[in-house]
Design a protein around this ligand. Sequence first.
Ligand code: AMP
Length: 214
Amino acid sequence: MNIILLGPPGAGKGTQAKRLEKKFELVHLSTGDMLRAVVASGSDFGTKLKGIMEAGQLISDDIMIQMIEERIGQPDCEKGFILDGFPRTIPQAEALDEMLSSNQISLDYVVKMDVDEEDLVRRIVGRFSCAKCGAGYHDKFSPPVKEGVCDSCGNVEFVRRPDDNEETVRARFDAYRKQTEPILPYYKSKNILKTIDGMGSIDDVTAQIQQIIV
Ligand code: AMP
């Protein structure tokens, strides 16, 4: 089974993808995570990417298409994958289609997570995660039970994404509206687009996705 999760920044795509990855033994392909790994490498290329990401803009289609093509071609993806953060533009969606059909891979569902923008800004600005195990938290809505200590692994170091500030979040929303939303009719015309309410609890959203994909 191959799925795309679509939705604006902070809709919870990553959280849901991690759950589906475990439950259905799929591979979670997050282009944001792949880019952050390149940035963390400290290379010149990484520094270039960092500037674009921190401005809330999109990385060029050529780079993204190449990145995902290389990843999807790896053997672990044969068991099925969840795309999180790709495609984000019409050329990316078209390139993905070509890539999949030339490798006889089907795309089963595109799940769009509907969310309220203002609520999301509140959700994103304030989120942080454990530097060791990646467990996610929020200053107001879901702080660790014991302040400064990860509930899951007991670690005391946390990280915040540099693009999780209000100015960048607004720019990322803008990019979503202008460049990503136009791909929705493309998947609708293929009859694989499913829309869910992304504003419920994490469990509720997982349940809605499961109803679609099982
Ligand atoms: P994400 O973690 O998916 O929110 O991605 C973080 C940032 O990485 C985005 O704001 C973009 O700058 C960049 N990015 C991730 N995926 C893509 C993509 N498919 N196309 C262009 N830029 C991307």
